[in-house]
Design a binder for this molecule. Structure first.
Ligand SMILES: Cc1cc2nc3c(=O)[nH]c(=O)nc-3n(C[C@H](O)[C@H](O)[C@H](O)COP(=O)(O)OP(=O)(O)OC[C@H]3O[C@@H](n4cnc5c(N)ncnc54)[C@H](O)[C@@H]3O)c2cc1C
Length: 406
């Protein structure tokens, strides 16, 4: 029989670490177990495709927190199964841990590309620090690099590798990079940015095969090109790690389904971060947001929810990206049919883009413009109709548009 309550967190990434710290900050004084299959304590992933990959940040700078707060951190500890009705989990080592509350923060894994030759040496994916170390070492030996995938990871790795002076070709099926999230207009900005930096672009094409004798030597595209290379990075998205939840019968199609309190259909079992598909009470849809800010904030909301404190997760989706000297932040949720209004001139690499639906702003992205993310979020939340000319006018403070004529 249990004496002190035990809360268990599976996944020692950002969401798991934030939840653990949050539980202690909220006064939880029972046993707190944080279980991670990686060999090290929680660390931050965004630098892995940027400063860390380029050798500008060292390993110590990645770590999120020291094993303070009396948290039992298990490293190299893969959880094999969970048993929600029995409130018990089992590690791959065979050890069993009973809990009162469980948080699933298992993140996501890189999507694989099933093509002939995809298992050749010299083909890399990027999710964790070991991947970044291997990729970084291989980039050091390579002259020609092909990056497959024009999403965030693909674009950031292409930028970093180019900054390291390698010959880079960026390949993807979309007409412009990042088109799925940003649409064609803003995607063009990123296409031109990479082209100006000397990245070769092979856009609008899929991959047919990877060629090489044991080791990759070329990528063959569906439109008939053969791209010679010494190294390939595949960055075509990530799949939520739902295997534990699935085996326990509590996963949905794309992630672990949770309500606005981040609880699953199994009482006492919560999910947060990249793995969680959460009901968003303001946007009135279910969202799985695989970005840093979401993992950070859902971690602390999950901690409050696990303690039964009043809370719900209603932050707008948001993310950031750094490529070359271009830093951006995006807030909100746009679709392909939303109208794009630009404030400033993208050619100067300093502008704000807004996505407008029925006269109100549903998303905004500031590029090399500081301190406007909060006003943009306030504007989105306000739901106010906006005058498009004022929206495009850099002299009209965004906060003023959010506050209206009060
Ligand atoms: C290279 C890279 C660059 C990024 N850059 C940006 C960026 O610029 N901006 C941005 O907004 N977002 C960025 N992100 C996304 C952001 O880092 C993620 O959204 C965030 O890390 C998600 O945190 P998480 O805790 O949900 O999952 P993770 O950080 O993936 O942590 C999950 C942990 O759970 C572990 N685990 C899984 N299953 C088990 C199990 N059965 N037992 C034990 N442990 C398990 C995993 O090994 C992992 O350590 C980037 C991601 C990557 C990979």
């Amino acid at each position: 029989m249990l004496t002190t309550p035990t809360f268990a967190i599976v996944g020692a990434g950002l969401a798991g670490a934030e939840a653990a710290a949050g539980l202690r900050a909220e006064g939880f004084d029972g046993r707190l177990v944080l279980l991670g299959e990686e060999a090290e304590r929680p660390y931050d992933r965004p630098p892995l495709s940027k400063t860390y990959l380029r050798g500008e940040a060292d390993r110590d700078s990645l770590y999120l927190f020291y094993a303070a707060h009396n948290i039992e951190l298990y490293t190299s500890a893969r959880v094999r199964s969970i048993d929600p009705p029995g409130r018990q989990l089992q590690l791959a080592s065979g050890e069993r841990i009973s809990y009162q509350r469980l948080l699933l923060a298992t993140g996501a894994a890189p999507r694989r590309l099933r093509r002939p030759g995809a298992d050749l040496d010299g083909i890399y994916h990027l999710r964790n620090r070991r991947d970044a170390d291997r990729l970084g070492a291989a980039v050091g030996r390579a002259a020609r690099v092909v990056v497959v995938g024009t999403g965030w990871i693909g674009c950031e790795v292409a930028a970093s590798v180019r900054q390291l002076g390698r010959d880079v070709t960026l390949v993807g099926p979309e007409a412009v990079p990042l088109a799925r999230v940003l649409g064609p207009e803003i995607g063009c900005f990123y296409r031109d940015l990479h082209a100006e930096q000397g990245v070769r672009l092979a856009l609008g094409t899929d991959i047919d095969a990877f060629r090489g004798d044991g080791r990759v030597e070329a990528v063959v595209t569906s439109d008939g090109r053969t791209l010679p290379c010494d190294l390939v990075l595949i960055g075509i998205g990530a799949i939520p790690r739902t295997e534990l939840a699935e085996a326990a019968g509590i996963a949905g199609g794309d992630g672990v389904l949770v309500d606005e309190w981040l609880e699953t259909i199994a009482p006492g079992v919560y999910a947060a971060g990249d793995v969680a598909a959460a009901w968003h009470p303001l946007l009135r849809t279910r969202l799985r947001v695989a970005h840093w800010a979401n993992a950070l904030h859902q971690g602390s909301v999950a901690a409050r929810a696990m303690l039964g404190l009043p809370t719900r997760y209603e932050r707008l989706p948001s993310f950031f990206s750094d490529q070359y000297d271009v830093s951006m932040e995006y807030s909100g949720l746009a679709t392909a049919s939303d109208r794009v209004v630009v404030r400033g001139d993208p050619a100067t690499r300093q502008f704000v883009a807004f996505w407008v639906r029925h006269q109100h702003v549903v998303a905004g992205m500031n590029v090399n413009v500081r301190d406007v993310a909060e006003p943009i979020q306030a504007l989105i939340r306000s739901g106010r109709d906006v005058d498009l000319a004022r929206l495009a006018d850099p002299d009209t403070p965004i906060r003023e548009l959010a506050d209206g004529d009060r």
